[in-house]
Design a protein around this ligand. Structure first.
Ligand code: ADP
Length: 573
């Protein structure tokens, strides 16, 4: 059998005891049946009410029905309290009137507290409690000509009115607060909706946007090669301009797409033990050219055996951004220091510079998207204000944090904190993810030497004519024989052609390039997938099938590196 809801029994007996004591006082002033009847009436109504609301099935009733039962209980109790005007009224006895008045006022206050959101009913309940005895006391005072009694009653009734008025004020305030909260909730829902639409919009356009950027990158290599010997300097200037614009477009697109993936929650950190010394050494090397150009010296204070729990690609992206900024904001002759410190159970990687620093008021906002300090003209040379926003979110995904400390005029110190891990016995294979060249900094257009590849023919699967044409021109420029098909079915028909297959991931008729890649590999081919998708699923699927994956836009350099890596894999088998 279901249990009855537990009652506050102690409170129940406490109330009954006080009522009994009250009744005993009045027994001496009135005929015994009157206080006794009052006591029984009070106990009966309260017990009946308590029994109704603690029944096991009470909680299963509809909210409206439950509310109505509560109201009935209150009406019964207030009517019982109001009956005191007859049953506990001692004519001509001030002390008894004062006691009765106090009891009635307390009851009225309790009812007002209970019914604060329902002022009309509260007013009726308070009237039920106070009016009968008030009227009686006024009547008696007038009849016996004793004005003290009507004054006492008038004061009691006035207090009753005040209770209702205060209740109303309080109820109004509550209603206002509730309306404000509802408005805030609606606004935040609308904001969330806008943000979701924004993410969806970027996710939707990202694929289409990547195609032409990807194609421009591929067309650039043959163009640069063809015009390398051109005499006219304006041609070289134009080519340089196109290179820089492509690079800027590629950077911005990659950063916006990263943000889209972060917003959509599709990006996850693949944490593993990472050797800080190795990462920092390679980054310092990578930034040495730009540092030298700016006349800045990079000093790395890092010891071996400092390992963190991190996603190596994300860690490199964060530190690369911090180094970029530190070099960018330093002046000729200054130093940039990369230091690693142990704090609690974390390694704190600090990138310090002696540049202009960041005003205190702006230190929190630099981690927001598109925020740049002192670049109101939005000069693209200074970046887009996205680097730190992405870096902080990457740090969060890895379970770490990114903070800034800076005194304007005295440089800036960016600290990335990541959980430290013991030095592993054998270093895990970092290429396990099957991702190649995620770093936007890799995609530099330059006159690359024609790659020397250990194969001569490529089966190329791509349905976008613009991208296909650019890729064919590039591959043929490298002396490769290319057979181009548009669909997965055509690719399988032509599967005997080529030692290597390059497949777009999204193919016509809903076919998956990852699946096709797996099938082509089974025919003995080496496979590279190229994807414009922003989700983590594609990367995970490619990694699961152990296929190399390049993210669009892909530069000639990136592609050549990936093809040469295939060569090495073949050689090492
Ligand atoms: P950006 O690509 O514009 O550098 P970031 O998100 O990396 O974007 O940085 C945001 C802003 O933070 C910068 O525009 C700059 O005002 C400020 N900032 C970042 N690093 C430094 C630094 N080392 N010294 C001074 N200001 C910095």
């Amino acid at each position: 059998m279901e249990k009855r809801t537990s009652q506050p029994l102690t409170l129940y007996f406490l109330i009954r005891t006080s009522e009994l004591l009250g009744a005993l006082i009045y027994v001496q002033l009135l005929p015994m049946w009157m206080p006794l009847t009052w006591f029984l009436l009070m106990a009966a109504t309260d017990t009946w009410g308590a029994w109704r609301v603690t029944r096991p099935d009470f909680k299963t009733l509809a909210p409206e029905r439950r509310k109505s039962i509560y109201r009935q209980c209150v009406w019964q109790s207030t009517a019982a309290v109001g009956s005191s005007a007859y049953l506990l009224y001692v004519p001509g006895n001030y002390a008894a009137h004062a006691l009765l008045g106090t009891f009635l006022m307390c009851s009225a206050v309790i009812v007002a507290m209970w019914g604060v959101r329902d002022v009309q009913r509260t007013a009726v309940a308070v009237a039920l409690i106070l009016l009968p005895s008030g009227i009686r006391m006024i009547a008696e005072g007038v009849v016996v000509g004793h004005w003290g009694i009507p004054l006492l009653a008038a004061a009691g009734l006035g207090l009753g009115v005040m209770i209702v008025y205060t209740t109303k004020l309080y109820a109004d305030r509550l209603a206002k607060e509730l309306a404000l909260r509802e408005r805030a909730e609606r606004a935040s829902e609308a904001m969330a909706q806008v943000s979701l639409s924004k993410s969806r919009f970027f996710a939707a356009v990202s694929h289409d946007l990547r195609q032409p950027v990807h194609a421009i990158g591929l067309y650039l290599d043959p163009l640069v090669r063809a015009l390398a010997t051109h005499q006219d300097p304006s041609v070289h200037r134009a080519i340089d301009g196109i290179r820089h614009s492509w690079r800027a477009l590629d950077d911005l697109l990659s950063q916006v797409l990263d943000l889209t993936r972060l917003d959509a929650g599709t990006m996850e950190a693949c944490n593993e033990p990472v050797d800080l010394a190795m990462v920092i050494r390679s980054l310092v090397l990578q930034h040495s050219v730009s540092a030298e150009r700016a006349g800045v010296r990079i000093i790395a204070l890092v010891k071996p055996d400092q390992w963190v729990w991190a996603d190596e690609l994300m860690l490199k992206r964060i530190l690369s951004n911090l180094l970029d900024n530190a070099i960018k904001y330093s002046v000729h002759g200054q130093k940039v220091v990369v230091a690693v410190r142990w704090a609690a159970d974390q390694w704190r990687i600090q990138v310090r510079d002696a540049g202009p620093g960041i005003p205190e008021a702006a230190q929190a906002s630099i981690f927001e998207e598109f925020v740049q300090v002192g670049n109101d003209a939005r000069d693209r040379q200074h970046g887009y204000g996205l680097g730190l926003a992405i870096a902080r979110r990457f740090a969060g995904l890895m379970g770490g944090s990114l903070h800034v400390r800076s005194r304007p005029g005295h440089g800036c110190c960016m600290s990335l904190s990541l959980r430290g891990v013991p030095v592993p016995v054998a270093k895990p294979a970092t290429a396990s993810r099957g991702l190649l060249g995620l770093e936007s900094g890799d995609s530099v257009v330059s006159i690359e030497p024609i790659p020397s590849l250990g194969f001569t023919s490529v089966l190329f699967v791509e349905d976008d004519p613009l991208v296909a044409d650019a890729m064919i021109q590039l591959l043929e420029g490298w002396g490769l024989q290319v057979r181009h098909v548009e669909t997965a079915a055509e690719a399988m028909v032509q599967s005997s052609f080529g030692e290597v297959a390059i497949c777009d991931v999204r193919l016509p008729n809903g076919a998956s390039g990852v699946e096709l890649g797996g099938m082509l590999r089974n025919t003995g081919k080496q496979v590279i997938l190229i994807s414009g998708e922003t989700g983590a699923e594609v990367a995970a699927a490619a990694a699961a099938s152990n296929l190399a994956l390049l993210s669009k836009p892909v530069s000639a350099e990136k592609l050549s590196q990936a093809l040469q890596a295939l060569d090495r894999d073949v050689a090492s088998v």
